[in-house]
Write a new protein. Structure first.
Lengths: 113, 115
């Protein structure tokens, strides 16, 4: 069985500040891990993915995430927040290519001017 | 390249009425998913298709929900009869499947309101 926990349902940062969104997972097999972003009334857009290659993964819009097996974590970071980053972010785990995604509860990122 | 297309975007129905959602996946994607997203929560899988075969429908409430993917391309998800608690966003996603594709691409969703 697989599960995802996202610590902090709401995160607020100032424009230009570091963004850190936390994700911990459990999986019975080596996982595939994903971060998706969802803007209001939109579907989910893939930010980045980890599929057992490099542990530091770079994605779109300046985001990156690091896979830490010992901590079962896959936290999402961005050095400098933009107003346009305000959205809902979901971490997800899969136990194989094409398998179902199990999502965390999401973290709403708010960016203050 | 066109993404995953869902229709309608919004639907309001009275309880006990039937409703259907349609999804057209990305061309060439063998795997198709339907997810349910309640307000303020992450999506939860309802059903997964590999081509026309439903390979994971354990979370689909079969007493009122049904789905089909004829010819392994488009898919429809039906609720009959709808209940107030079915109000949510229904997301369709597709992926290449197998070892060729690890990520799922999502449509914009259908927001269902049952009154």
């Amino acid at each position: 069985a697989q599960s995802v926990t996202q610590l902090g349902s709401h995160v607020s940062v100032s424009e230009g500040a570091l963004v850190l969104l936390r994700c911990n997972y459990s999986s019975s097999v080596p996982p595939y891990l994903f971060w998706y972003v969802q803007y209001p009334n939109q579907g989910l857009q893939l930010l980045l993915k980890y599929t057992s290659a490099a542990t530091l993964v770079k994605g779109i819009n300046g985001f990156e995430a690091e896979f830490k097996k010992s901590e079962t974590s896959f936290h999402l970071t961005k050095p400098s927040a933009h107003m346009s980053d305000a959205a809902e972010y979901f971490c997800a785990v899969s136990e194989g290519a094409g398998n179902m995604l199990t999502f965390g509860g999401g973290t709403r990122l708010m960016v203050k001017p | 390249e066109a993404g995953v297309v869902q229709s309608p975007r919004y639907k309001i129905i009275e309880k006990k009425q039937p409703v259907a959602f349609w999804c057209n996946p990305i061309s060439g994607h063998n795997t198709l998913y339907w997810y349910l997203q309640n307000l303020g929560q992450g999506p939860e899988l309802l059903i997964r298709y590999e081509n026309e075969e439903a390979v994971d429908d354990s979370q689909l409430p079969k007493d009122r929900f049904s789905a089909e993917r004829l010819k392994g391309v488009d898919s429809t998800l039906k609720i009959q009869p709808a209940e107030l608690g079915d109000s949510a966003v229904y997301l369709c996603a597709s992926s290449l499947g197998g070892s060729k594709g690890t990520e799922a691409f999502f449509g914009q969703g259908t927001r269902l309101t049952v009154v």
